[in-house]
Design a protein around this ligand. Structure first.
Ligand SMILES: [Zn+2]
Length: 193
């Protein structure tokens, strides 16, 4: 017999459990402070800092204003986004894209990440009670499945679903260790004020 508990989504993101996926008022306040704008359309908090603050906002695939929104796992923490931007300024995504192009096993893993992203978006869509979003059908994020264009997108994916799904989100997480790791809080206490 299937119980509701066994059919519920079991999260694998950093710092979350099934009980902490749902955004609280404080989460929305912190996200708004992190991003410098009022956040809307947040369906889940799929990754959290060790202190409990959100790292990623799982965002509805269609915003309340009607716009399609492909970046389901939106990286919000400014220390992490700055670290990813630093790697992008160094051109880290070009080497990754060369690898996807040349290495069939990496390419296959990255296609799997793309499929996972689309499946997660579909789960979020259903959870949000939205109709299908044909404008972004088959389109994931970050350049998947054949290019690595946005390290924020692939890193947001890894933080939201855990390691072992997105090889370039995993690689980006390793590369930012100098500035941020999942074990250490780099949050600004003012975000909660
Ligand atoms: Zn923190």
């Amino acid at each position: 017999m299937t119980t509701p508990a066994s059919t519920a989504h079991q999260p694998h993101g950093f710092g979350v459990t099934a009980e902490t996926l749902t955004p609280t008022e404080l989460d929305l306040k912190v996200l708004s402070a992190q991003l410098g704008r009022t956040v809307r359309d947040v369906v889940e908090i799929p990754a959290r800092c060790v202190c409990g603050n959100p790292l990623v906002a799982a965002t509805a695939p269609r915003l309340a204003n009607g716009s399609p929104f492909p970046t389901t796992f939106y990286l919000a923490h400014p220390v992490i986004t700055a670290a990813a931007s630093r790697l992008e300024a160094e051109g880290a995504m070009y080497e990754m894209t060369d690898e996807v192009t040349d290495d069939e096993s990496k390419a296959a893993a990255y296609r799997g990440a793309h499929e996972n992203y689309l499946a997660e978006r579909e789960r979020i869509r259903v959870k949000a009670g939205l109709e299908e979003v044909p404008e972004i059908e088959g389109v994931s994020a970050g350049g998947m499945p054949t290019r690595v264009k946005c390290l924020h997108a692939v890193l947001g994916h890894t933080l939201a679903v855990g390691r072992g799904i997105n090889p370039y989100g995993d690689a980006t997480l390793d590369l930012i260790a100098e500035w941020w790791t999942p074990e250490t809080c780099h949050c600004d206490p003012a975000w909660r004020d």
